[in-house]
Each structure stands twice: as C-alpha cells, then as structure tokens.
Design a protein around this ligand. Structure first.
Ligand SMILES: NC(=O)c1ccc[n+]([C@@H]2O[C@H](COP(=O)([O-])OP(=O)(O)OC[C@H]3O[C@@H](n4cnc5c(N)ncnc54)[C@H](O)[C@@H]3O)[C@@H](O)[C@H]2O)c1
Ligand SMILES: [Zn+2]
Ligand SMILES: [Zn+2]
Length: 395
C-alpha cells in the first residue's frame, strides 16, 4: 500500500510499504478514506526527530471502512463506517473506566515511561504504524472504532478522531464560569475548534494568532481576536478588554512550535547537528522548551483563573514561573485528550444537519497521499491558506 513515511527533519515521503495484517485476535484492518494532518505531526516533522525511526508511517486521525476483523472484535463487522481515536485504548482497564483513555493500562508504553500508545507517534508512544496510509491495523478493535452512520461526508465525523474531542476537553478543563471570558492562544485547527465550541456554549471568546486567515476564520464565527503580529503584549491587551482583570480561563492551543522562543530555536538547531544516540536521551532528560505561549497564558489569565494546556510540550529544563502560578492561584490542567470520554457529548452536534460546529467546511485542503510532502510544508509554513489538511487515500 501507499503510506506517508518519516525520513528526517522536514523530510516526509510517500512510499510503497507492506499492507498491514491482523496480528492479534482483537485487531481489525480498516481501509482509510480520510486521514487528517495535525499540529502534532509538525512536532515529529520538526522537533521530535530523535524519537523517530526512518520509514515510520505517520498519521493519527483516521476514518474509513472495516475491511477485515479478527475473531475477538465484538460487534464490529466488515463494511462498518468507523472513526478511530488517535490513542490506542482497551476500554476495560482501570484508567479507561475513569475516562482517562490516554493513560490506558493495557497499552501504556512502559519502557519509555509514557501513557497509552498512539498511532504514528514516535518511539515514545510505541512506534505504532500510523494512519496516513491506504490501510491501518487497528488494535483493541473490540473498543476502538467509533461507528458512524452513512450519509454525510467523511468530514462531518472525521474530526472525532482528534480535533473535536481535544478541543472539547480543552474547553471543559478551562471551566469558564457563566458569563465568563475564554482566551484561546493559537488558532490552528485545535484553537479554532475550541473557539467554536466555547462560542456555542455562550462564552465570550478572545482568540490570538499571527496568521491572518486563521484570525479571520475565528472572527467570522463571532470571536474577538488579537493579532500577535501587531500586539506584542497580549496580557496587557487582554486585561484592557476585561476590565483590567484578565481572562477567566485560557486554552493554550499552541504547544512547543510556539513562535517567539529564540533560545529554544537555537537549542533545536544544536539538537539537529548532534547524533541521535546522544540527542534522544538528552531530550528525554532536559527536554526542549519552547514555552512562549505558556508564559503568555499565565500572564493573561486573571487571579484565581484556570489555564488549560492542550498544545503539546516536550520540555523539562525551563523552570515554570512557580512564584507567579502560586501567587495568582492559577489552576493548571492539561494532557492528551481522552477521545472516547467526550464522543457521546459531541455526537448530537454532528448528527444535527445544521452542522453547528461547521465540521463540513472545516478542512481547507483535501489532497491525495502523493501530495503529502507539499501539504506538510504548507501546513508548517502556513502557506497557501493551509489550516486543516485531509488526505484522501485512494484518490
Ligand atoms: N492534547 C492533545 O490531545 C492534542 C491533540 C491534538 C493536537 N494537540 C496539540 O495542539 C497544538 C495545536 O495543534 P494544531 O493542529 O491546531 O496546530 P497548529 O500548529 O496549526 O496551531 C498552532 C497555532 O499557534 C499559532 N502560534 C504560534 N505561536 C504562538 C504564540 N506565541 N501565541 C499564539 N499563537 C501562536 C500558530 O500560528 C498556529 O496557528 C499542537 O501543539 C498539537 O500538538 C494536542
Ligand atoms: Zn491530531
Ligand atoms: Zn484501557
């Protein structure tokens, strides 16, 4: 089959690789019809190279049609239309029973000290072959696939794999009080969707980014926006919009590719010239910190407010501003999204043909797998109006 594979920093290729096969009795094989490109893939593309293997298949936002099932896949049938969560989880362990599917005790990557395995996401997360491919082996298929009805186009349901529940969790964790203000840092797919969800819930939303079309998309849905390319003190600007107090809650949907961390960029350049066997343990220990957005969040949130981190961070070397966190009584909540925890709450919005979250028009680019190298580049550089790319294997 054809698949998108990793070969080095900013080097993804489209290659022929062996088709996946059933390995465990609870595996299924899914023929992929749509597969998202995510800001998390950009971490692999740019910063997390030391944890990647040459030829690893990328991608973790899949949907498609069940092609083959093992004998222990419960009610799953060949021909079912399904969306898979980006994390691999069993649905019956203690953590899954708490709704903490990203900590699944059946799939935790213990030799790396990490939580649940993820599709297409480096050795840290089990080096499981990813979903930007024509076919995908789905482990734990008695639980993983989310069955969706025939009818609406893929895009109505595809974002259940990551964007929708991730954005939903970020807003739930932000816990904005009635009549309160949510500041959303970063208006990529995650911040954009988090803004839509909070607006739908009747909150006041202020979004921050520096890419004109991303600001425009969120503004068009009713949010106020701050353009980081003209405003350099976001905290001050937010306080001036909130009676001097700051936002009740902040969602940081930026993560470690944050713009505006020259020190981290230099650190990254150093990592890039050292051999992998040195950099992987080093990055694991001291980390790679690009904390610009977190600092903005801590500054812009009001005293006693909540910061909800949904952007992914990998660093451990910069000390957090503990004095300020403590003095301002800030509540910090974070983590990978527990996809299955939120599906039942989101599904009614997707089955509503008015499409209140605008999922059908959410992707800006639908492309074939062959276009992956250009799509990764355009998404990273924010070129060609790229906000959300969906690959259409088989097209
Ligand atoms: N926790 C989870 O489960 C989960 C799931 C999916 C994605 N993510 C993470 O969410 C983050 C966003 O993903 P995405 O797909 O929207 O990616 P993205 O890279 O398209 O979005 C990031 C946005 O932040 C903007 N930005 C950069 N620096 C900024 C700054 N200092 N202040 C404000 N905005 C800034 C960029 O212009 C960009 O629009 C990534 O870190 C990704 O890994 C987490
Ligand atoms: Zn994703
Ligand atoms: Zn589990």
């Amino acid at each position: 089959m054809k698949a998108v594979t990793w070969h080095g920093r900013r080097d993804v290729r489209v290659e022929e690789v062996p088709d996946p096969i059933l390995k465990e009795p609870n595996d299924a094989i899914v023929r992929i019809t749509s597969s998202g490109l995510c800001g998390s893939d950009l971490h692999l593309y740019e910063t997390l190279g030391p944890f990647m293997g040459e030829g690893d298949i990328l991608g973790h936002e899949p949907m498609g049609i069940v092609e083959e099932v093992g004998p222990e896949t419960g009610g799953l049938s060949v021909g079912d239309r399904v969306v898979m969560p980006f994390q691999i989880c069993c649905g019956h362990c203690w953590m899954c029973n708490q709704g903490l599917h990203t900590q699944c005790e059946t799939t935790q990557v213990r030799d790396q000290g990490m939580g649940a395995a993820l599709f297409g996401f480096s050795k840290l997360y089990g080096e499981v072959p990813g979903a930007q491919a024509e076919f995908l082996r789905v482990p734990e298929a008695q639980f993983m696939p989310i069955k969706v009805p025939e009818g609406p186009p893929d895009e109505r349901f595809l974002f259940l794999s990551d964007v929708l529940p991730t954005a939903w969790q970020s807003v739930a964790y932000a816990d904005v009080p009635e009549g309160g203000t949510l500041l959303v840092l970063g208006l990529g797919p995650i911040g954009d969707m988090a803004s839509r969800i909070a607006l739908l819930q009747g909150k006041r939303v202020i979004g921050v980014d520096l890419v004109p079309e991303r600001l425009a998309r969120v503004k068009a849905r009713g949010a106020e926006v701050i353009d980081l390319s003209v405003v350099d003190d976001v905290g001050e600007e937010v306080r001036s919009l909130t009676g001097g107090r700051g936002a009740d809650a902040v969602v940081d949907a930026v993560g470690m590719e944050a713009h505006g961390s020259p020190v981290a960029e230099m650190g990254q350049r150093i990592f890039n010239v050292l051999p992998k066997r040195i950099t992987a343990p080093l990055m694991n220990k001291v980390g790679l910190d690009r904390m610009a957005a977190i600092y903005t969040a801590i500054d812009a949130v009001r005293r006693g407010g909540t910061v909800s981190l949904i952007g992914v961070y990998g660093g451990q070397s910069d000390p957090m501003p503990m004095l300020t966190l403590f003095d301002k009584q800030i509540q910090l909540r974070m983590g990978q999204a527990n996809i299955k925890r939120w599906v039942d709450e989101i599904m009614p919005l997707l089955l509503d043909d008015a499409d209140p979250l605008g999922t059908e028009g959410f992707a800006t680019h639908q492309v074939s797998l062959d276009d992956a190298p250009a799509a990764y580049q355009n998404f990273q550089k924010k070129q060609d109006g790229t906000v959300k790319v969906v690959f259409k294997p088989g097209s």
